[in-house]
Design a protein around this ligand. Structure first.
Ligand code: XMP
Length: 326
């Protein structure tokens, strides 16, 4: 609409004034905030923006290709894609502790992002998709009594180490405004209304040690779950179950159980499905998905993903459980 159109021209002008002829780097994750920031900054300064997309191999099925398709191919944004999966896998080998895994993933991420960014000569700015709630949240971090339950990480570098000026064009926006802006900039609805995805990705959805084999199984199971959620419309609201849930995903349990297929016995892994409804992600209810939907997802996963022979549904609220399993 025209209000958003005005907003975009103002924001574009502000970025142009701020940046001048200098070069900007942005860490692209495929998430809503960094994507909208990239689209907006690209609208303002075109090829002066270079995005660095570190693919840690723990993204959703085909996500890396989809990010490249949308930004590099459709929007013509300069994107450096780093296939860092082998590096992450080798760093994670033998590590089962959730916090240790998070720390390794976060540290690798920053190192790779910084060394790739250093290749962009003359870069003077680091752009980030920081939104208003992030500003509030990090202001509260220094408060007494605040403690970490999980060490969070997001994309982006450490600006202090990188000697770059910070460009944060979404700093004053709430999430719903960021989404509207994304739509107005031409990003597809599915991407703008996507469920959040944690920085450490499937690294915290594969319990215990992360292995490439597990990641491949999990990606396929998760994609089936998401596809069915998107395709199943709730009659009462007319909305899909994807839109009726705040976050939904599959979790890989490195536990084998016995099953039967044809005349044979199987002994394979378990996948848990998690779907929650929440306003702020601080507390959450498990989603009362229709049993037919759960049944279909379970059948499809067991039939299509060889290596998984049992699917369970997580009916824990937050608190006491967290949304992610690690
Ligand atoms: P929990 O599991 O703590 O998750 O109930 C709350 C929300 O935070 C997301 N999450 C993360 N997001 N980096 C992120 O960007 C992280 O390290 C991270 N860990 C959890 C989680 O997906 C949920 O939306």
């Amino acid at each position: 609409d025209w209000v958003m159109g005005d907003y975009i021209s103002e924001a574009v002008e502000k970025i142009q004034k701020q940046v001048g002829k200098e070069e900007v780097i942005l860490g692209l994750s495929g998430g809503v905030d960094s994507s909208v920031a990239a689209a907006l900054i690209h609208r303002a300064i075109g090829d002066q923006l270079t995005c660095v997309f570190v693919d840690h191999g723990l993204l959703r099925l085909n996500e890396g290709d989809m990010v490249m398709e949308m930004f590099a191919r459709n929007l013509g944004v300069k994107v450096i894609r780093v296939d860092a999966a082998p590096k992450f896998m080798s760093e994670l080998a033998g590590v089962a502790d959730p916090e240790a895994k998070r720390k390794i993933i976060g540290k690798e991420f920053v190192e790779i992002f910084q060394s790739e960014s250093a290749k962009v000569k003359n870069a003077k700015w680091l752009a980030q998709g920081t939104i208003y709630p992030d500003v509030i949240e990090s202001a509260g971090k220094g408060k007494k009594g605040a403690h970490t339950i999980k060490s969070h990480h997001n994309v982006g570098g450490l600006p202090e180490d990188m000697h770059l000026k910070l460009l944060e064009p979404l700093r004053e926006l709430f999430k719903d405004e960021v989404r509207e802006l994304g739509l107005a900039l031409g990003l597809p609805r599915e991407m703008v209304y996507r469920h959040p995805f944690p920085g450490p990705g499937l690294g915290v959805r594969i319990l215990g040690e992360v292995k490439e084999e597990f990641a491949k199984l999990l990606q396929r199971a998760d994609a089936i779950f998401i596809e069915e959620l998107r395709n199943t419309i709730d009659q009462q609201s007319g909305k899909s179950w994807y839109d009726l849930t705040s976050q939904a995903f599959a979790v890989f349990l490195p536990v084998k159980s016995v099953g039967v297929m044809g005349d044979g016995r199987t002994y394979e892994y378990v996948v848990a499905l998690r779907a929650v409804q929440t306003q702020d992600f601080m507390t959450a209810h498990w989603a009362h998905l229709p049993h037919e939907l759960l049944g279909k997802v379970s059948n499809r996963i067991i039939n299509e993903v060889r290596g998984i022979n049992r699917v369970v549904y997580d009916i824990s609220g937050k608190p006491p459980a967290t949304i992610e399993w690690e």
